[in-house]
Write a protein that binds this ligand. Structure first.
Ligand SMILES: NC(=O)c1ccc[n+]([C@@H]2O[C@H](COP(=O)([O-])OP(=O)(O)OC[C@H]3O[C@@H](n4cnc5c(N)ncnc54)[C@H](O)[C@@H]3O)[C@@H](O)[C@H]2O)c1
Ligand SMILES: [Zn+2]
Length: 367
């Protein structure tokens, strides 16, 4: 088992990473202050892991709240079901909420914990690769509004994050690849040597090799913990975690949520950010292609939807949260392993990036 620490003063917490950690009750129970625990999960994850988690919590008064599965349920109505469950089971201010599931459950359970009786303890047990390397660390919680994704929420840090890599054995391949998009992101924005490790070990990761997964998750969480430790509320460097996301969100929104998985849209968006960084003279052709190949080797799409016009991209990107004072800020790469957030680029370069023939670019690798 590996233990990392997110360093946020009195809000600091450990991240435990390893194979089979759900069967280690002490890792959870040492972070439970009272006698009450509320496990929040969904209909897909409950049959797989709820019983194992309950066994770890013997001796506590445990209530479970099982929500419907999907991004479409990340809303007020579903959030209310968590409060219903907590109140019906008479949970008081000393209860601990445990999120068991992917990023949707983690974001919702975390927000519920931030609000219930003005804030109760919270533990993350993420079960998708994406939630293990990204959403469970850093304290962003929230729900969607019909007018925008993640528009209602709170910064609320967990007391601990427990990552059992064994839970990835039941995850669909497509979801695993989507998580790898965020893993690759850390290499691109702040950890160049990690890119070479990923190139060597991509096959092992996709075959769910426990040691490889633990290492990749640890290195990803360490990167995220560093960035969050330096900028908890995203006033600066934390925004670099959005590499590929501004282009990616445009794809997600245009195609309709759920058609492209978030990580898939981020992968295609990252290819666009690599291309733009190349056009700005920051990345060589070889560096750009190295990034694209790595994404491709993770089983991710590297060509944005071909029916999406530059105008459609710009329209969606204009409402992105990264627009400040009307200037569209983008995360770009000065070099592999170093990201910048900037609104200072020639407009023609953005236009040319949006007009690039990515299918031809991808084709050149396969021929
Ligand atoms: N808070 C943050 O910093 C942050 C960062 C990135 C993403 N997010 C949010 O995370 C969400 C996406 O998270 P996600 O990719 O984990 O999606 P998800 O939570 O929808 O999970 C994907 C699917 O896998 C299922 N699943 C979960 N664990 C499983 C397992 N072990 N075996 C089989 N199936 C399993 C889920 O039920 C779901 O159907 C989005 O809502 C996004 O906004 C938040
Ligand atoms: Zn993301």
């Amino acid at each position: 088992m590996q233990t990392l620490h997110v360093d946020l003063g009195e809000r600091s917490y450990p991240i435990y990473i390893g194979d089979g950690l759900l069967a280690r009750p002490e890792l959870l129970t040492r972070h439970v202050a009272g006698r009450q625990v509320a496990v929040v999960t969904n209909e897909t994850v409950a049959p797989l892991y709820l019983e194992a988690l309950m066994r770890s919590l013997e001796g506590f008064r445990v209530a479970s709240v099982v929500l419907p599965d999907g991004e479409a349920f990340k809303n007020w109505e579903t959030l209310q079901l968590i409060f219903d469950g907590l109140l019906k089971a008479r949970h008081d201010r000393r209860t601990t909420v445990i999120a068991l599931g992917g990023g949707v459950i983690g974001d919702m359970a975390g927000f519920a914990a931030a609000c219930y009786q003005r804030g109760v303890d919270f533990i993350q047990v993420p079960t998708t690769l994406l939630s293990q390397v990204d959403s469970s660390v850093g304290g962003k919680t929230g729900i969607n509004h019909p007018l925008g994704k993640n528009m209602v929420g709170a910064f609320y840090q967990p007391k601990a994050v427990l990552i059992d890599t064994a839970s990835l054995h039941t995850l669909p391949q497509r979801e695993l690849s989507a998580g790898l998009a965020e893993v690759i992101k850390y290499g691109l924005i702040c950890d160049e040597p990690f890119l070479a490790w990923l190139e060597e070990n991509m096959a092992a990761l996709r075959a769910l090799d426990g040691a490889a997964l633990t290492y990749a998750i640890e290195r990803s969480c360490a990167a995220k913990a560093r960035v969050v430790g330096a900028d908890e509320r995203e006033s600066g460097v934390r925004a670099t975690l959005n590499l590929g996301h501004t282009f990616g969100h445009a794809i997600e929104t245009e195609q309709g949520y759920g058609v492209w998985l978030h990580g898939e849209a981020v992968a295609a968006g990252t290819v666009m950010a690599l291309e733009m960084s190349h056009r700005l003279g920051w990345l060589s052709v070889a560096d750009r292609d190295r990034g694209v190949r790595l994404l491709q080797s993770a089983g991710l799409p590297v060509v944005p939807p071909q029916d999406m016009s530059p105008e459609q991209f710009l329209e969606h990107m204009a409402v992105d949260k990264k627009v400040l004072d009307g200037q569209l800020r983008l995360v770009l790469l000065k070099r592999l392993g170093e990201a910048v957030v900037t609104a200072d680029y020639p407009r023609e370069i953005l236009d040319a990036t949006l007009r690039t023939d990515y299918a031809a670019l991808a084709q050149s690798f396969n021929s």
